[in-house]
Design a protein around this ligand. Structure first.
Ligand SMILES: Cc1cc2nc3c(=O)[nH]c(=O)nc-3n(C[C@H](O)[C@H](O)[C@H](O)COP(=O)(O)OP(=O)(O)OC[C@H]3O[C@@H](n4cnc5c(N)ncnc54)[C@H](O)[C@@H]3O)c2cc1C
Length: 315
């Protein structure tokens, strides 16, 4: 295996019929020279949110890739803190908003060397600030004061870093009427989910696992190349559940733009009952987390041991 660092992929190479990908063009980021060609039987685009595959395909004469977006206009501000001896011992603290009015949330996650990462986030342009005083004020404005209490005791280690993530975005390569052989798109290049739900790496790992299984099936080089589109369809199936989970939650906010499908309100209402039950019932908490962390199918949320308590909770 060979790893090339510091280079930028600038395009796809194909056969003259543009039906099969035969490699990529790349250039070293530090150099200003002409891109070089690198031949490959299979090219996997794992270049993240900024993937250029849709425009490369368009230049090759392929149709526009269908895309779905649920626009959250989400912003983050994060900072690392050192825990003082007398500090509380939270390993993970999550303060969620109460939609539709509440847009703000906050997280504390324990790191190595007695440190915490503290992240504040706001949807619908309610971005948390990089300025220290305003960062504290944002933390104080969360639904409950627990995170603010922790900040009082902790010592900042570095600067506040901010980031904006405009949307959940999914690309439907599997719906193209034709697709070049030997090409695969996965990870955030295929689907970016709201980072608040912490699913992106799990999804990427599930896709990588599907690729591994597929490679171990003993394909010859030509069947490998001719069946990449089939694998692209398998990757789309992996995405169905995380996309549903992430967008179902984001669409609770009226300002969030995206397709609201039949049955969404009922699903949101049901999940809300479960969320409220988690305050008192650790079994419900465990089941909900297993689904959110993609360990169980969402159908598990309708098991009688959850369904009947949720209905009783309603009353
Ligand atoms: C603030 C934030 C918090 C998150 N928290 C979590 C979390 O707690 N849990 C979780 O599971 N997920 C989380 N995620 C999501 C997770 O980071 C992503 O889903 C995951 O990193 C996607 O991996 P990837 O390899 O597809 O893309 P990336 O991690 O984006 O990697 C793409 C790589 O490709 C390189 N690249 C891009 N274009 C080119 C090019 N033309 N040529 C060469 N190289 C190129 C980039 O430099 C980059 O190194 C979070 C995301 C954000 C923004």
């Amino acid at each position: 295996m060979r790893l090339l660092e510091g280079c930028e992929v600038t395009g796809l190479r194909t056969d003259p019929a543009r039906a099969r990908v035969t490699g990529i063009t790349l250039r070293m980021r530090e150099e200003r020279g002409q891109p070089e060609e690198m031949r490959a039987d299979v090219v996997v685009d794992a270049s993240g949110r900024g993937s250029r595959t849709p425009s490369w395909l368009m230049h090759l004469g392929y149709p526009t890739v269908e895309e779905a977006q649920v626009i959250t206009d989400l912003g983050y501000a994060s900072r690392i803190y050192h825990r003082r001896a007398a500090s509380s011992d939270w390993k993970l603290l999550v303060v969620l908003p109460a939609p539709p009015a509440g847009k703000r949330c906050g997280y504390i996650c324990a790191l190595e060397e007695n440190q915490w990462i503290v992240s504040l986030a706001g949807r619908c342009h309610d971005y948390p600030p990089a300025d220290e005083t305003a960062f504290f004020a944002f933390a104080r404005s969360l639904e409950v004061p627990d995170l603010w209490d922790v900040l009082q005791e902790a010592e900042p280690v570095g600067p506040i870093a901010t980031l904006k993530q405009p949307s959940n975005r999914r690309r439907y390569y599997e719906r193209l009427p034709h697709f070049p052989q030997g090409l695969l798109v996965l990870g955030d290049a295929l689907c970016c989910l709201t980072a608040l739900y912490a699913q992106g790496m799990t999804v990427a790992a599930l896709e990588a696992k599907a690729l591994q299984t597929w490679l171990q099936q003993g394909h010859t080089c030509s069947t490998l190349v001719s069946k990449t589109f089939q694998l692209q369809k398998t990757l789309a199936n992996i995405l169905a559940v995380p996309w549903l989970l992430a967008t179902c939650e984001d669409l609770r906010f009226p300002e969030v733009r995206g397709k609201r499908y039949t049955g969404l309100s009922l699903l949101q209402w049901y999940v809300l009952q479960l969320n409220e039950l988690t305050e008192h019932d650790p079994r419900v908490t465990a089941s909900l987390f297993e689904v959110v962390h993609l360990l169980k199918h969402p159908a598990a949320l309708f098991h009688p041991s959850l369904f009947f308590p949720a209905m009783r909770h309603r009353r």
